[in-house]
Design a protein around this ligand. Sequence first.
Ligand SMILES: [Zn+2]
Length: 560
Amino acid sequence: MKENKVLIRNGLVYDPINNIEGEIKDILIESGKIIDKFSNNKNINEIDARGKTVIPAAIDIHTHVASQQVNWARLIGVNNEKFKEIWQGLTLEKIARDYISMGYTFILEANVFPSLAKQTIFNFQQIPVLDKAMLLNISNFWPLELEYQRNKTTDMAVFLSDLLEKTYGFGFKVYNPFENEMWDLKELREDLSAQGRLYNFSALDVYENVVKCIETMGLPHSAHVHIEGYESGIGKKNLLTVLEKVNSLNISPSQKTKSTIKRDQILHIAHANTYAPDGKNEELIQFLNNNPNYSINLSFVGFNQINPLITSDRRSINQLITLNSLDPTNKLITSAVEFEGDSFVTLRQISKKNFNDCIIWANAIDLALNVSNKSQICFSLNYPNYGNITNIPEILTWLTSEKARNDFMEGMNEKFLKASIVQNMKNSLNFSEAISLTRISPAKSLGIADVKGNLGRGADADINIIDLNVQEVEISKDYNKLRNAFSNIAYVIKSGEVVKKQNEVDLDMQGSIFWAQGKVESSEKSLIMSKKKEFYQKYSSFFYDSLQVSVDNNLLRKIE
Ligand SMILES: [Zn+2]
């Protein structure tokens, strides 16, 4: 299917970044990029898109596909018949095939400990077609102890830039900072401003320093955070505390890459629908409406019969254990990575009969419909935690059709149905807004909107052609038509090559690994790095230089 020049003719084009909202237009592709004019008229392959809708390919800003934890999910699932049937081994090939079938060309692995980056890059090379990137988890990272204590932002930036260069990471994730220390000393902290026992800084200091450091580095993506206590009562209080703290710093986004379209946020909140088990999202909605410098992703719930749970949230695991709500036959794997943090994996059932699961489902819809600025919201599944990739077409109908939501709510938990605000929600997303959530907002939040989520000149030719004329179908009523069209996307094009046509998926092509290191200036670099290397020599079982990942240069794509 290798085509150097492709002309997509007469499609109904939606390209919100370039203010195109349903125009009949041709799209020209040459050498993997979108162009205005072909270099010559020889060997142009035409795709007739008359009556079809042409949109940018989708982007997942938060997924778990290539880490130690995913291997454990595979391991635990090996003797579980339901897991085998639904997740089919959770193999890299299945993951790639499903993402491509659903129109995706870029995914962000959201939780990698720095010393395990090698495995992630190894797995990335086995995931065909898709472009990939990863976030390094530095929440419990002891080598940054001094910087967190003394607010040494430049030193931290020098070190983290070097770390990204060694591991080919794209950015940073913060996840329950230094909570493991509290846990090891047999107490769960109630307050994020509390200092540790072995160190004299708090979780809030970590959030502050990471945000400041990332803006100093000017990375494409902002700090990406998971606040401790999600799915439990304290999650919302913790979330609002962190938002207030970061807001009080008065920091502006400072992306220092060549991209002409920059991100707007200084903080990106993971699975923002999981922090309010009371189903009340007003405070978060109001905060986002008042503060455009924040973006969120929503983990839509697919109600699969069994879901892997991959998390580093000790508080949530603690709650599941104390409530005895983990099925003991499913096993729980827990492991610590020396001075970097720890994680947990189990299998669990997310069910329409379970009140809490229904609330998480409803929260995602509430936030998607009621945060005013849709470019602050990104569609995700937190795969495989809350949904399967193949659930995406159905989820799109809940967002775009009140009728689809009401039909789906049949059989849900009764207590939930009595109280849920979703039943009275009359508003829905229009097609263009649904495209924004799945394509434009993630591209912008990741700081790569000049090349992804964009059908303008110079962008990567990553495109979906949907067999549906969205101007002739009322998607709020005829929601099955939207679902069917997204269940079998007519064409998925990656870097100008057709990787899916009707039922046929072609996995021959390799994708790139996106990475970044920011722009950091310091005359002290060699001194700072020699101190860090000394730290590793003293306290770690491995040398800092052994973090260096080796990978074929042709697979790497640096965002500068
Ligand atoms: Zn996650």
